[in-house]
Design a protein around this ligand. Structure first.
Ligand SMILES: [Zn+2]
Length: 288
């Protein structure tokens, strides 16, 4: 009995060390990816992708195409993530038109949180109705996420989550829900040149941004000196992300944001914050 107990303890210790060791491996936490997760074996492919790209932890964001649809898929998805807790975690989505009240949204989101979701996104706004950033459909979801305690990662472009110059609608949401963490992405970065991105990051403690989709689509990729200065100035508010997904599996070239980090030659403390520390503090603080 005693020997069995001892053996069991030693195995447990080795198991925890191995898990901890793996979480420490890798230079990056990728806060923005889209991999399939609802079929058996889906996350094994993701773990292989992580290893080959030096990524220690990821946040997987469902899109309409990859979201679970049936109870069986939901159960399989939960079982898949249970194998990788702390390394592969997920956000969840519901679309604005799926709920007609804040209470309905709270009910669905509370269940998602219970099932392991640690945030909400990628949020595309109300694509079937009013797609302004602060449309009534989106405001309902923001209010529910604030109450449940789920950070929101959002997409913004010329047809989704619309806003005006200076982003007054985003600012309206930041003010209306001060306890809601918002993580900006995509065309949000196009507002860097007129000072809007910097001003909002400085003025609103609840705003963060991930750096996915910056290289080909924003001034970050074109003006490295400006990018370096911006990353250093906002080192506490930026999260590394690549927008990789099921389309990146196989021998596809890595997302350009990996190389961007090398090119910028950031001070070590800044690189550590952007590439790992900020995401771990913001997204995993209640999980460990
Ligand atoms: Zn994305």
């Amino acid at each position: 009995m005693k020997i069995q107990f001892l053996l069991k303890s030693v195995c447990c210790l080795i198991g925890s060390w191995a898990a901890l060791g793996y979480a420490d491996e890798g230079r990056f936490v990728d806060a923005h990816v889209h991999f399939h997760d609802r079929n058996p074996g889906d996350l094994e492919k993701v773990a292989a992708w992580m290893q080959s790209n030096n990524v220690a932890r990821i946040i997987n964001h469902p899109l309409t195409q990859s979201r679970w649809r049936t109870e069986d898929e939901r159960k399989q998805m939960i079982a898949n993530y249970a194998q990788y807790k702390g390394r592969i975690d997920r956000f969840c989505i519901i679309r604005p038109e799926e709920v007609s009240t804040e209470e309905e949204a709270i009910k669905l989101l509370a269940r998602e949180k219970q099932d392991g979701a640690i945030g909400f996104g990628e949020h595309y706004g109300d694509e079937k109705g009013d797609n302004h950033f602060d449309s009534p459909g989106s405001m309902r979801l923001f209010a529910a996420c604030e109450k449940i305690g789920l950070p929101v990662m959002f997409h913004m472009d010329r047809s989704k989550n619309l806003d005006e110059k200076g982003l007054p609608r985003l600012e309206n949401v930041l003010k209306a829900y001060p306890q809601l963490i918002l993580i900006a992405h995509s065309d949000w970065w196009r507002n860097i040149s007129d000072g809007t991105c910097g001003r909002l990051l400085e003025n609103y403690p609840n705003l963060y941004a991930d750096i996915s989709c910056t290289v080909g689509r924003s001034p970050i990729g074109r003006d490295k000196a400006m990018a370096r200065e911006f990353f250093i100035r906002h080192a506490d508010k930026l999260l590394f992300g690549t927008d990789s997904g099921w389309w990146s599996l196989g021998n596809k070239p890595p997302a350009p944001e990996f190389a961007l980090i090398d090119e910028l030659k950031l001070p070590k403390d800044v690189e550590d914050k952007i590439c790992r520390g900020n995401a771990e503090r913001l997204l995993w603080r209640n999980q460990e």
